[in-house]
Design a protein around this ligand. Structure first.
Ligand code: SF4
Ligand code: SF4
Ligand SMILES: [Zn+2]
Length: 266
């Protein structure tokens, strides 16, 4: 297997996986979506809510606020914590929210008992409070996985496709019809060029509209079977690099466990 990085910024990774099966590419995608633990508000106790929002709506909004930690490795999933899930600084972080209208309550108004824990985005609107309306609540932030609930899903858009391969034969007359029909601007004909050329093959969606437009059959588009373009975006609670390496680590952990159990049976 070979990995070729295309783009890596804080919350986004694009890379090529060469020499793998669709099942392996899909395992990486699924692990990025649901297997890498992240933080989320898990339980809340509402002491005062005179806003127009029902308690349930408020809870739902708070649960979906992305939360990050300076060092996520300090935290444990409650069931895997040394305290057995009873509650300790490694598996629970306290959270409070107190506000009185008129104002708009934002995610940045949440206060955490651990100074290393913060919301990813300060300006997510939680509620609009009218004159004299109040919100007072406290809650618990825990680490868990997307398999338990989508609020612990750090991967947002995680997908893959086969690497497109586009070939142009000598029959090309440079008419430009394929360039015009391509919705992804993959093809170009430069000034003075008598033939179309492929400008950005990775953006190709394999729609094959270009093939249908070519009267002389000069263009062909196919998918490379064992090369995948991986696209991984996070909710900002962790860098995309950590999400992908965490996903790969989870797959390795499971494979090692399976191997161990099978050898124990033998
Ligand atoms: S439509 Fe066919 S002939 Fe025209 S530019 Fe494209 S590949 Fe060449
Ligand atoms: S298959 Fe679709 S996206 Fe790809 S080059 Fe042809 S028209 Fe463009
Ligand atoms: Zn604990």
């Amino acid at each position: 297997m070979q990995v070729e990085l295309i783009e890596l910024v804080e919350g986004r990774a694009r890379f090529l996986l060469r020499g793998v099966t669709p099942a392996f590419a899909n395992a990486i995608r699924r692990a990025c979506l649901a297997e890498v633990p992240s933080l989320a508000i898990d339980e809340i106790s509402i002491y005062d809510n005179t806003s127009v929002l029902f308690d349930e709506q408020l809870s739902l909004r708070l649960g979906l606020v992305p939360i990050k930690a300076d060092d996520l490795s300090l935290f444990r999933v409650p069931e895997e914590c040394e305290c057995g899930g009873a509650g300790c600084p490694a598996c629970q972080v306290g959270m409070t929210l107190s506000a009185e209208g008129p104002c708009t309550v934002h995610s940045g108004d949440l206060r955490f008992s651990d100074p290393g824990v913060k919301v990813v985005f300060e300006k997510i609107p939680i509620a609009i409070l009218g004159e004299g309306e109040k919100l007072m609540l406290e809650g618990i932030v825990t680490l868990n996985r997307g398999t338990v609930h989508a609020k612990w899903q750090a991967g947002t858009q995680c997908g893959y496709k086969n690497l497109p391969e586009i070939t142009i034969s000598d029959r090309c007359e440079g008419c430009g019809k394929c360039v015009e029909v391509c919705p992804r601007k993959v093809l170009v004909i430069g000034e003075g060029e008598g033939k179309v050329r492929v400008h950005d093959p990775i953006s190709c969606s394999l729609c094959k509209l270009c093939i249908g437009e070519c009267d002389v059959g000069a263009i062909n588009v196919s998918a490379v079977e064992d090369v995948f373009v991986m696209k991984i975006d996070t909710d900002g609670s962790m860098p995309a690099k950590d999400l992908v390496t965490g996903a790969a680590g989870e797959i390795r952990r499971r494979a090692t466990s399976l191997s161990q159990q099978l050898s124990d049976l033998a």
